[in-house]
Design a protein around this ligand. Sequence first.
Ligand code: ADP
Ligand code: ZN
Length: 702
Amino acid sequence: MMQITEKDLLEKLKINFGYDSFRLEQKSIIENILAKKDTLVIMPTGGGKSICFQLPSLFFERITLVISPLIALMKDQVDSLKANGIPSTYYNSSQSSEEQQQVFDAIANKSIKLLYVAPESLPLLQNVLNQNYISCVAIDEAHCISSWGHDFRPSYKQLAFLKKTLPETPIVALTATADKATQEDILEQLAIPNTTRFVSSFNRENIALEVRPANDRVKQIIKFINERSDDSGIIYCLSRKATEQLASKLKQNGIDAKAYHAGLNFDERAKTQEDFIKDDTQIICATIAFGMGIDKSNVRWVIHYNMPKNIEGYYQEIGRAGRDGLPSKALLFHSYADVIQLRQFIANTGNREVQEAKLDRMKQFSEATVCRRKILLSYFGELIEENCGNCDVCKNPPKFFDGTVIAQKALSAIYRLQQKEAMGTVIDVIRGAKNAAVYDKNYQTLKTYGVGSDTSWQHWQHYIIQLINQGYCQVAFHLNNVLQLTEFSKKVLFEGEKVQLTTPIEVKKEIKTILKEKKSKKLTSDTLFERLRKLRYRIAQEEDIAAYLVFSDATLKELENERPQTDNEFLAISGVGQRKLEVYGGEFMEEIKTFINEKKRGRKDTTLETLQLYKEGFTIDEIADKRNLKAQTIFLHLSKLYLEGKDVSLDEFIEVDTLKLITNAKKVLKNETTLKPYFEFLGEKVPYEQIRIGLTILQKKR
Ligand code: ADP
Ligand code: ZN
């Protein structure tokens, strides 16, 4: 192969993908692959893994074989490549034998650059699995090969044969799973121990992180969505039932949402996913079954309705937001009930201790009082010096206060309840609740009953969670989650130790009003972005591909700001490559021009609107009324129309005698054009409006 320079790489990046520079370690990875070395790529979801093997494929003589776990994902990637003018296809068992033959032909005559295939179908490709046809093998979602990972797929197990069959061919394994054990396992299973590893930063700066207490979740979610009513998002729930309930509540509130979970049949799932990808469904309420293989770049937000069971899962799920690099949001609802439920799930699984430790880390993240991104990244072994500035803790640092008295009340309640009650009853007792749980056991007679009635239930919950986190009390998960004292409790109760607590975050009161004003028809503003988005949607429908494959949101934003009007200007936009310029450039530039012209013509349009009403026979005052303008303005419109030669008569608005006076004044004032001298000359008896009409008529006559 000829020496490939950096310039060559950048040229292909622009022409075939539309981008001006490489992200993260893309360039080094690509160089490594082009040097025919085995390569392991660890990059977060949305980091840009695909280009790492797609771009080198353009330099290789033979095809790059891409092994990918999901057929849906393949179709999307192939569509995306084709939209960029890169010939590629996929092979799977659902194709007709004719289609499959076409794939073989394409391989034989080298008319495609990339071939996507699921591991199950590999045996059917026996005849072409040799170095005469294949230049490179990429294994996407490579963690699926490892039983350590969370998405283990037995069919990935057989991939070790690749290195044996194709000893000289570089193998590229890509994944977003960072932990060391999985990495080692991948290399071992693929029999490529001496691989160069590229581990990119896991920081996704454009995703704003937020955690809120789970009170009134549904209302909070409705408000959240109404504040960004055009944006796509995913809401993750713990159970199938929860996804359906939430989707139906959202629908009742006029929000376009669908449920997705493994209990739906294949067709339903495929349809829901497809609608989401194509921007036909705005919001998906899903279990974690949803998302793997969704490359949709314009997901603007991800909500966790329930707490995820570990940070890997959480991070992968929020990573589905903002792949295009634009600002996006990740909102997690934190509830202690979820923690307890997750504990119960875990109790029945195999490696319980590991899972519990992971859940604990997740819980610490949710209850953090320091920069959340620092916690996330340190989990993946990455340290950042500065606070991120884009998480709720950074934006709204917690306020600490002396919570010793609160702690004493809570701990002595636990003590008086003989460490036999869970958090709910402890709070009820502190607040002096009058319910069965209390009266059945005569708790109303306890000394601590009602000592904390001035503080709300939610606030007590917030404080007790902090006491647990600081080790002043603990949850006995094996004993129905009762609260128990610890060694530290003594210090607070008897040794005068001070306790620092944070003030609870207030869930905004406005939430209540939201439900009342529901369903008002969405008013989308007439911005250039909206127009371009509609155009994109139309084109995507015609081509039967996902809207974001035409152009990403980031590209539309740049088109809106730069308003390119020539091919060169258009090509300079990030995300526009050669083929996209050729295929879509014309229509998009046309839309931009139309928009600009319409805005320019804005004033003329308004006079034409007046003309229309005038022709329909309305009087000046009626027109003014209808158009919500002053009569004076309508006169101005008519004068303008009159001068332009439109079919407007001004004569009817002025007496013949008045016109004579003005004619005379015009002579005396030597064709003066401003109105005031006329007004004064005519003894302030002829109104300005009349003077203007008179002068307009005279001007036209000349
Ligand atoms: P991953 O597979 O790592 O989750 P993708 O390969 O789907 O991520 O890339 C995520 C998004 O980033 C895609 O929309 C892709 O076009 C875009 N992208 C990739 N590389 C670049 C780059 N160098 N400049 C700008 N955008 C890029
Ligand atoms: Zn932060």
